[in-house]
Design a protein around this ligand. Structure first.
Ligand SMILES: *Cc1c(COP(=O)(O)O)cnc(C)c1O
Length: 395
């Protein structure tokens, strides 16, 4: 397979034509003719995952009106399915943007400037939570977390006094570590704080149930465990989160991300245009198609299968002599990370063979490989092939 587009991927801090490892980025003139698009490697990166073949035709269909009887019914069905998927009786919000759009929405609607929040430095996306909190002018108390270890809820309890909220990732994509969200929720609620979870790399691959786990606010995106195209953010509230949103003293400093605006359109325009902006209808339908596949399979069984696949990757990498980033028992199901002396060389060998995996991200940048188990390529056959290629690269 000829790889024209992704010779080396540019990374944060990269200068114009060189990526963060100092490798030159190959550039070519690309065709947009649908029959001559560049060949892409198969994606086994830490997100997004490739789409399932059955969902592709939805994206290739003619545009649908984002209002009227047909759309209103489809939209309602999609959101109801999503609510079942997330274990949220309060119908989730689906907002054009990405997962981060809804992280921003969560901060806007749960907190008010000057309030104290506890965040955990789990890695790149834990640090992102802190950046968002600072952007929202919150007082941030940061809990350090050892690389590879899950968050210790007792460390949050130590600093929670007076905090309005606790914010953590569920799965830290930079390390492939799963964090104990149920225990953290109990710690947060024990001191009256609201708990907000970044579940962008966990939903669809890990057990997540908003109401049962009392996750006041769960945020996710469409392109990782939901195995659909990027372009939508998702935000779900438990009863506790709903109460917090309703109890605000004033509206947030955003119109687009004010959940009360979205509520207003749901109620007042619900029968023909249940959202305040033009919805990307194809993205909503592709998401619906994908989550319906997972629900039809059985969500628990789907997650167990993904857990078994992640275990197969971990066992295979260990057998090849690599050390896993997560400590025993903390490894996540959608992304597996292992330390490597020369991750770029492994990635390059895989690319030459038509498969793309990820390198590291803070604190694993330049020191690890990460394999994503999402979408069409999350199969035993693909895992066997990736392990074989990594073995060749190491030999
Ligand atoms: C991918 C990811 C994000 C960023 O999501 P976008 O959809 O790109 O905004 C945030 N948090 C985690 C844990 C992620 O894995």
């Amino acid at each position: 397979m000829h790889i024209a587009l992704h010779g080396k991927s540019p990374m944060p801090g990269a200068s114009a034509n060189v990526n963060f490892d100092g490798h030159e980025i190959r550039r070519t003139t690309l065709s947009l003719d649908p029959n001559r698009l560049p060949d892409m490697p198969e994606l086994m990166i830490a997100g997004p995952g490739e789409l399932h073949e059955e969902d592709l035709s939805i994206l290739g269909s003619q545009l649908m009106a984002h209002y009227g009887d047909v759309w209103t019914q489809l939209h309602a069905d999609a959101l109801a399915a999503l609510g079942r998927f997330l274990g949220a009786a309060d119908i989730p919000y689906v907002i054009p943007g990405t997962g981060t759009t809804c992280l921003d929405a969560a901060y806007f609607n749960l907190f008010e400037a000057g309030q104290k929040v506890v965040v955990c430095d789990t890695g790149y996306f834990g640090q992102r939570s802190k950046e968002l909190a600072l952007a929202h002018r919150l007082e941030v108390v940061e809990v350090p977390v050892e690389v590879g270890a899950p968050i210790d809820p007792a460390r949050i309890a130590d600093v929670i006094d007076g905090a309005h909220g606790v914010v953590t990732v569920h799965v830290e994509t930079a390390t492939g570590v799963r964090h104990p969200i149920e225990e953290i929720a109990r710690v947060a609620h024990g001191s009256g704080a609201v708990y907000m979870v970044d579940g962008i790399a966990s939903v669809g691959g890990e057990k997540v149930n908003v109401d049962e786990m009392e996750l006041d606010c769960l945020v996710t995106g469409t392109q990782k465990g939901l195995e659909s195209p990027p372009g939508l953010g998702i935000l779900a509230l438990s009863a506790g989160g709903r109460a917090r949103v309703e109890a605000r003293s004033e509206r947030p400093d955003s119109w687009y991300l004010d959940l009360k605006i979205w509520d207003k359109y749901r109620t007042e325009w619900g029968s023909w245009h249940p959202h305040p902006v033009t919805m990307p209808t194809a993205l909503v339908m592709a998401m619906y198609s994908s989550i319906r596949r997972i629900l039809d399979h059985g969500l628990d069984a789907w997650i167990e299968r993904r857990a078994a696949l992640a275990q197969k990757v971990r066992a295979g990498l260990t057998e090849l002599g690599l050390d896993l980033v997560p400590e025993e028992g903390a490894g996540a199901n959608l992304v597996v990370a292992a330390w490597a002396d020369d991750p770029a060389a492994i990635q390059a060998h895989l690319l030459d063979n038509g498969v793309m995996i990820s390198g590291g991200l803070t604190p694993t940048a330049g020191k690890a490989i990460r394999i994503g188990l999402m979408g069409r390529t999350a199969t035993e056959e693909h895992v066997d092939r990736v392990l074989k290629l990594i073995g060749e690269a190491l030999a």
